[in-house]
Design a protein around this ligand. Structure first.
Ligand SMILES: NC(=O)c1ccc[n+]([C@@H]2O[C@H](COP(=O)([O-])OP(=O)(O)OC[C@H]3O[C@@H](n4cnc5c(N)ncnc54)[C@H](O)[C@@H]3O)[C@@H](O)[C@H]2O)c1
Ligand SMILES: O=P(O)(O)OC[C@@H](O)[C@@H](O)[C@H](O)[C@H](O)CO
Length: 355
């Protein structure tokens, strides 16, 4: 049996959490493997099972590719296979569940994910399987607390005993996750960038892989790291997207190669620096790492994808940066304002979907 389970078997999980686990296993010691579940699709688990539960992770650098076989996903199924899902949670060997169900997967009104996780926890309670950690790896602020709140709310509404059991037995670490992984149609090959980061705050009551030995940072509070990623990477993505689309570019690297757009991104980073709360050296190291990531011409990261849900994203990015600057007695920031103006123009011209 495996000691890890995952809900949301997509590209990012295979490029990130499974990759860290694979590398931790390579150090020797206890081997940790995953049982992973998709949302609904059967195609991906069938293809992985037929391939002997192995796929190839391709790290695509500007200079070339490096490939690595990943065997850490030892079993996979469709999330609709409720017996297999309950059995994975009921197994006392299970210690950690990771989750990537996208930002929209946390609303029990519209997503099956929260109800499914609650069923899993109920199965574990019934089996006497003991404590475990449930770790959200989605791009949401305070993702662990969000997941805890959603599951506790559902548990309270359905079975009060379950809410108390969750309080006593389940931890919900919060995470900052980072690795640009565009969608791939080949089920046995995942293409990602060389860069990767994972910062985790929270406890693992039944143990975990030696993720710390392969670069994962364990911290007291993940919030500053989330903000650092959101304001340096994702806000820059918004600047690249709206300024870039207006100039006819299609991908992040094309936009970043344009002198005017590039200058706006550099100006945005200057606007973020004084309100980020990190020492300049750490902020500069993150920015230095971002430049080649955005410039990588072999990762085709489409601007029209980043443009979606633009209004909501700008609220957490440029508008939040402007508010922080104003609160600090600084000007709101010309690059933030230019990004918002570009977004408004795109909406007015109906250039791409922003909802
Ligand atoms: N791809 C990236 O670059 C990247 C980087 C950092 C974080 N992330 C996080 O990971 C998430 C997934 O990214 P991905 O590239 O793997 O996407 P993906 O489309 O390849 O896979 C998403 C998985 O989640 C499942 N899913 C989607 N909506 C769901 C729902 N409402 N309920 C249950 N399951 C659902 C899908 O079935 C699929 O298994 C992102 O939304 C983001 O929060 C992605
Ligand atoms: O739609 P967005 O802009 O929230 O995010 C899409 C991608 O930019 C995003 O998933 C990045 O790849 C990721 O945040 C990098 O770690």
């Amino acid at each position: 049996m495996t000691r890890l389970a995952h809900l949301g078997l997509g590209g990012f999980f295979r490029a990130h959490q499974a990759w860290y686990t694979e590398r931790a296993n390579q150090l020797g010691g206890e081997e940790w493997t995953y049982t992973a579940f998709t949302g609904r699709s059967r195609g991906l688990p069938e293809a992985l099972t037929a391939a002997g539960n192995m796929y190839t992770l391709v790290e695509r650098a500007a200079e070339g590719d490096t490939s690595m076989p990943i065997r850490a996903v030892a079993a996979s199924s469709a999330g609709t296979e409720t017996d297999a899902f309950a059995a994975a949670f009921a197994d006392p060997e299970l210690a950690v569940v990771t989750v990537t169900v996208t930002e929209t997967g946390y609303d029990p009104e519209t997503s099956p994910a929260p109800g499914r996780l609650l069923d899993g926890l109920a199965a574990r309670r019934t089996s006497g399987g003991g404590p475990l950690a449930v770790v959200s790896c989605d791009n949401l602020s305070g993702n662990g607390e969000v997941l805890r709140g959603v599951l506790r709310g559902l548990a309270e509404a359905s079975d009060r005993g379950l809410a108390g059991w969750i309080d006593d037995n389940v931890t919900f670490p919060s995470t900052m996750v980072d690795r640009i992984t565009p969608h791939s149609d080949d089920p046995l090959t995942v293409v990602t960038e060389p860069f990767s980061e994972w910062v985790i705050a929270g406890g693992f009551p039944a143990g975990r892989p030696a993720w710390d030995a392969v670069g994962v940072r364990f911290v007291e509070d993940v919030a500053p790291y989330e903000r650092r990623k959101l304001w340096l990477l994702n806000a820059a993505h918004s600047t690249l997207t709206y300024l870039g689309l207006l100039r006819g570019f299609e991908t992040v690297d094309e936009a970043f190669a344009d002198a005017e757009v590039r200058a706006a991104v550099e100006e945005l980073w200057d606007e973020v620096r004084p309100v980020l709360g990190f020492a300049d050296a750490e902020t500069d190291a993150a920015i230095d790492a971002l430049r080649p990531r955005f410039a990588n011409p072999r990762i085709a990261h489409r601007l029209d994808q980043i443009a979606r849900q633009g209004r909501e994203k700008l609220a957490q990015r440029q508008r939040a940066i402007m508010a922080a600057r104003t609160a600090a007695g600084l000007s709101p920031g010309a690059a933030c304002e230019a990004t918002i103006a570009a977004f408004d123009e795109i909406v007015k011209k109906n250039l791409v979907r922003v909802d």
